[in-house]
Design a binder for this molecule. Structure first.
Ligand code: ACO
Length: 376
């Protein structure tokens, strides 16, 4: 068999396409959305502003932002027949599985949104608005509570907290969640965004692309890591046990969730900001327990493996202090990343070429076919 080329396992360092949406400098630890530094956005912007930036390629003025906020708030309600279907999903299911199925099913009730092309911006905004309602409706049902009201008075972050937890967010919680949503909104060709773009590149529709993305985000090597970090913290229990617990896991060649990254060779700038919020939320709630264990874990992992934290390390501690159960962490991630996924799908439709790499064949050749009756 003719040798083709060197295999880049995991497509590491392969430049698959051109994009204007997101830039990562993995050596300097910088992240830009449409040219704007994530640190400035996390200080001054809101999630709605960032979503506008990702979708339209520029920051909104006050009127444009106000219009987007009203539009998103108006898109929070589920179609009645879809709500009935959602009410039949088993309460034992993982919320990410519910979200994956729900995005796919919603498409059946919104056929106009499934035409691929520039009009998909409507579907992008619909999905960004409705994901908190889907996850909130499911979580509230398993807690024996009524579905959320659309609450047009609440920002995207405030509504996410209200929809999921059935209570009013404090100002600090709203801002903290807003920052978390900003930090998770996009990240270049991460696995779930790539999955979305691959699906879109076949000229399939936006809802199919986002279904692919949700399923990809779920994995513990990607967005599912934040849930696993809390399992690790629970197992460690206290900062003084971090050293032994981490070393024991590393000796067994286990991965420590929330550390390492394909692109960053230094600290992930999102982790730096979330670490600060983890401390701030801990101080406000009078509970620095998780923050202190995480600091201790960080110190050992860096010393032993030279690894830095990624975005998933501190997010869970912040969400836990607000009262979110661990299985809602990745759906919260999805509620933010949907802005980036959909921006990338729109960009894909705008400059479409089927994404279809090749494989180096390493299997057998020229085997002689034996009819079924002649096989041992
Ligand atoms: N814990 C322990 N060792 C690790 C970790 C980790 N978290 N991450 C990487 N390593 C080690 C690997 O064992 C490997 O060591 P070796 O060369 O001795 O075998 C080396 O570092 C390189 O690891 P790869 O898996 O080849 O690196 P890759 O770029 O493929 O992995 C990944 C990136 C998947 C994120 C990895 O760092 C990991 O598994 N981290 C834990 C899961 C996690 O936190 N995922 C969230 C990432 S951020 C996001 O997706 C939102």
């Amino acid at each position: 068999m003719a040798e083709t080329t060197e295999v880049q396992r995991g497509l590491e360092d392969v430049v698959a396409l051109e994009s204007r949406i997101c830039f990562i400098d993995g050596k300097q630890g910088r992240l830009l959305y449409q040219g704007y530094d994530i640190r400035d956005l996390a200080k001054g912007a809101t999630f709605e502003e960032v979503a506008y930036l990702l979708w339209y390629g520029r920051l909104p003025n006050a009127a444009q932002l106000a219009e987007l906020r009203v539009r998103l708030a108006g898109l929070r309600t589920l179609p009645a027949p879809f709500a009935e279907r959602l009410a039949a999903f088993p309460v034992s299911a993982h919320p990410m599985d519910v979200l994956r199925c729900a995005v796919s099913e919603l498409a059946l009730f919104e056929p106009d949104e499934t035409r691929p092309g520039p009009s998909s911006i409507g579907g992008a905004q619909r999905l960004a608005a409705v994901i908190p309602t889907i996850v909130g409706t499911f979580h509230r049902r398993r807690m024996g509570r009524a579905p959320p009201d659309p609450r047009p008075d609440l920002s995207a972050a405030g509504y996410l907290l209200y929809a999921l937890l059935d209570r009013e967010p404090t100002e600090l919680e709203s801002r903290c969640l807003d920052v978390a949503l900003i930090l998770h909104a996009d990240h270049e060709l991460n696995a779930s965004t790539f999955a979305a773009r691959v699906t879109a590149s076949t000229l399939s529709d936006l809802y199919s692309a986002i279904t692919s993305a949700v399923g990809t985000l779920k994995g513990p090597l990607h967005g599912g890591a934040n849930e696993r970090v809390m399992e690790l913290l629970a197992a460690i229990g206290s900062p003084d046990r971090a050293e032994a617990a981490v070393k024991e896991r590393l000796a067994k060649h286990e991965r420590i969730m929330g550390f390492g990254h394909r692109v960053y060779k230094v600290e992930d700038p999102r982790a730096t900001i979330l670490r600060d919020w983890s401390r701030r939320m801990g101080e406000t709630k009078g509970d620095l327990h998780y923050f202190e264990i995480l600091r201790a874990v960080e110190e050992v992992v860096h010393r032993e493996k030279g690894l830095y934290p990624n975005v998933d390390l501190y997010s869970g501690s912040v969400y836990t202090l607000m009262g979110f159960p661990p299985d809602l962490f990745t759906p919260i991630f999805a509620a933010s990343r949907v802005a980036g996924w959909t921006a990338h799908v729109l960009e894909e439709y705008d400059d479409l070429r089927l994404i279809r790499p090749t494989a180096k064949y390493v299997g057998a050749v020229d085997l002689a076919y034996t009819p079924i009756g002649g096989r041992p």
